[in-house]
Design a protein around this ligand. Structure first.
Ligand SMILES: [Zn+2]
Length: 305
């Protein structure tokens, strides 16, 4: 590029030739000037702590941190309140658990209970995050203990329920009177002293016989001595036997319920008259059925002969 300068003071016109390097040089000088000015201003403001800039920065920081603090403390307070409610619920569960243990006929095992003896009015107090954390851990431990205890209690109750379902405690013949009790007696046919391994219930032929507990029929057959007989397995080595029956309602393998009719009184086998011979055996050894039947209802109303 060429620029021609013309002036009155000049005798002749002057020509200036501008090359690209001239433009570049001008731009470079301009940028250096701008940068150095702004750097100098920054250094001055920081070095001499110009009040306006510093105040502006500080107040912004303070506002931010105050906002965060308010948010955190509001949340902590909320969590502390919720924690207090949870503690009260755990205390309620504790006393409920104790009452249920009592109903199950069971003293709860003495365990270190972190909430034992706790209680009183809940007074919300400002909590730090650390305190809240410790309280939450304490509560979690208390809940663990309580759930362990409840699990033990549940299994005991279940065991109790299953046992009571499976113990032969239901009177097998309702309308009947006592015949021979369990124990030694003079055999009604041989006339000699012999062991009587069951209880005899005297009733009319055809009187219904029911299962003394839930179980599985393991034998329903004609026996030379017991006549038509049924053996019911109640589990845990416990069986009950019903003998001299006139009729069998169930077959081997049938699941029977407590109180379910399984046949009728008769005088089949080695018998002198219509009666039910009822046995309870534990691992094959004859037990006195009266011990079991006394735990059920109906035994006391049975007619004595
Ligand atoms: Zn008998």
């Amino acid at each position: 590029m060429q620029i021609i300068l013309v002036s009155r003071h000049m005798k002749a016109a002057r020509t200036i030739t501008i090359m690209p390097r001239h433009i570049l040089l001008t731009l470079a000088v301009f940028f250096v000037l701008v940068l150095s000015t702004s750097a100098a201003f920054s250094w001055l403001s920081v070095h001499f702590r110009l009040p306006l800039v510093e105040n502006l920065m500080l107040s912004t920081q303070q506002q931010e941190s105050q906002k965060i603090q308010d948010y955190v403390s509001a949340n902590l307070q909320l969590m502390a309140t919720r924690l207090g409610e949870l503690q009260a619920k755990v205390l309620q569960l504790d006393s409920l658990g104790e009452r249920v243990s009592g109903l199950a006929g069971d003293k709860p095992a003495a365990r270190p209970n972190p909430l034992a003896g706790a209680g009183g009015p809940y007074l919300p107090a400002p909590m730090t995050a650390g305190e809240l954390q410790r309280e939450i851990e304490r509560l979690a431990t208390a809940i663990d203990y309580r759930s362990d205890e409840l699990a033990v209690l549940e299994s005991r109750l279940l065991e109790k329920r299953v046992k009571s379902r499976l113990l032969p405690t239901t009177l097998p013949v309702k309308e009947s009177s006592f015949g021979s009790p369990f124990g030694y007696r003079n055999d009604p046919i041989a006339g000699l002293r012999a062991m009587h391994e069951g209880i005899d219930f005297v009733a009319e032929t055809g009187t219904p016989i029911v299962a003394a507990a839930d179980g599985v029929v393991v034998a329903a057959e004609l026996h030379p001595e017991f006549g038509n007989m049924i053996d019911v397995d109640h589990g845990d080595g416990l069986t009950s036997r019903y003998a001299h029956m006139s009729r069998l309602n169930v077959k081997a393998g049938t699941l029977v319920k407590r109180g379910q009719e399984i046949g009728a009184v008769g005088s089949t086998g080695r018998s002198t008259g219509a009666h039910l011979h009822f046995e309870v055996r534990m691992l094959g050894v004859a037990q006195n059925p009266a011990f079991f039947l006394k735990q059920g209802s109906g035994y006391a109303q049975l007619k004595q002969r």
